[in-house]
Design a protein around this ligand. Structure first.
Ligand SMILES: [Zn+2]
Length: 139
């Protein structure tokens, strides 16, 4: 099993984490799962309406997410710098989306880890933006 994530999407989440630090940042990703290759592809960052965060936790109300939007992963930051799920995180993982990302301070690719519902780490591969919009500049 592997996770492909678009650079643009993960970088948006990491910049948001830096901006809100030392509070936690929480968000979601839309994407798809290919059964044959057991590959999750995360495409777009979604910020849930009325997301809340403080210094030790963050939350969102799943009922406020657009129904048509298929979110397959959650993302949250760990201002402590350690991207390992807490017991509370593991309880949350088990009941929610199939994939969960945690980014530890200083919020770079190397401190970003992904886990499945059981808290088992899954390899992440960052891919080049494949869905560039018109008028968007590729860096
Ligand atoms: Zn956490």
């Amino acid at each position: 099993m592997i996770i492909l994530i678009e650079k643009r999407a993960i970088d948006s989440a990491l910049v948001a984490s830096q901006n809100i630090h030392p509070k936690e940042f929480i968000s979601l990703f839309t994407g798809s799962f290919d059964k044959e290759t057991e590959t999750y592809t995360l495409e777009d960052l979604i910020i849930a309406p009325l997301s809340q965060s403080d210094f030790h936790s963050s939350s969102f109300n799943p009922y406020l997410l657009p129904v048509a939007m298929e979110t397959i992963a959650t993302f949250h930051s760990h201002p402590s710098g350690v991207p390992i799920p807490s017991l509370q995180d593991l309880a949350f993982f088990a009941k929610n989306q199939p994939i969960h990302l945690i980014a530890g301070f200083p919020y770079v690719h190397q401190t970003t880890k992904a886990y499945d519902r059981n808290g088992k780490e899954i390899e992440i591969k960052i891919i080049k933006n494949k869905t560039l919009q018109k008028n968007q500049l590729e860096i």
